[in-house]
Design a protein around this ligand. Structure first.
Ligand code: NAI
Length: 231
């Protein structure tokens, strides 16, 4: 009964222009999903926005505001039904299907990413790995045989459902690889190289820099009086 109401209300809001949704909201949705997944697996059935706020360290006003972009999920005084919220968050984040990804760069980082088995559970399947080093091409990483980067274009043309390119090459080669990925239909790029890449507006770009996180830790170690709040 409650579920039907949620769907109906969601439908009403579904056509909200995506532009109205801040990027920071999308980042926080992934935090809510992590918590909701954990609680769902523990068999917890309900969570209030105050509890979700406590678990994620995100202000409860922001929790309610973020979720309200996508419809009214909760019931006043009762909170959120965890299995429904989990389903809704996965739907919003586009996680109801598996996204295929290629890794370019089979060095230390690329290999570590391939060895990590957790992505598939979360809806991301690495389907191929590429490198330019003749000493690495043809070698095995887990179940993958490293392919030549010269075959990247051909691979993407033959596997047009590949949506994500993960860049784990040195900074000097990263833009070239990004251009190649984009020219061959890749819709989203996750870049690990320490360089800001230029990508067309329609391509979703995200970069990971562990140094940034270490710098944030450094700030809080240096200023223990500062209260850490996400969001
Ligand atoms: P690595 O040197 O072990 O591996 C790089 C690989 O890229 C090598 O196998 C090399 O043959 C390959 N490569 C170079 N040019 C290529 C090209 N044009 N096409 C295809 N393959 C190519 O380096 P590592 O440690 O794996 O780091 C990879 C990248 O990730 C670097 O840019 C590094 O700075 C960055 N990195 C970023 C971190 C972060 O926090 N974002 C953390 C660690 C590394």
């Amino acid at each position: 009964m409650m579920e039907k109401k949620i769907t109906a209300q969601r439908k009403k809001q579904k056509e909200l222009p995506a532009l109205q949704i801040p990027y920071s909201t999308i980042v926080r949705l992934t935090h809510y999903l992590r918590v909701v997944e954990k609680l769902d697996e523990l068999g917890v059935s309900n969570i209030s926005s105050a509890e979700l706020s406590e678990e994620t360290k995100i202000n409860s006003f922001l929790v309610r505001k973020d979720l309200s972009y996508f419809g009214e999920f909760g019931t006043r005084g009762v909170g959120y039904d965890i299995p429904s919220l989990r389903r809704e968050l996965r739907g919003i984040l586009g996680l109801t299907k598996t996204h295929k990804a290629v890794v370019v760069g089979a060095g230390n980082l690329g290999r570590a990413l391939i060895h990590y088995s957790g992505f598939l559970d979360k809806g991301f399947e690495i389907t191929a790995v590429f490198d330019s080093d003749p000493g690495k091409i043809g070698s095995k990483v887990e179940n993958f045989q490293v392919r030549s980067v010269f075959n990247l274009e051909e691979y993407l043309k033959g596997n047009p459902e590949t949506a994500i390119g993960i860049i784990a090459v040195p900074a000097a080669s990263a833009q070239f690889i990004a251009n190649l990925l984009i020219a061959n239909g890749i819709k989203g790029i996750l870049n690990f190289a320490p360089i800001t890449l230029q990508v067309p507006e329609e391509v979703v770009y995200s970069s990971v820099d562990l140094t940034t996180h270490l710098e944030i830790i450094s700030f809080y170690i240096t200023h223990p009086e500062a209260k850490k709040m996400n969001g």
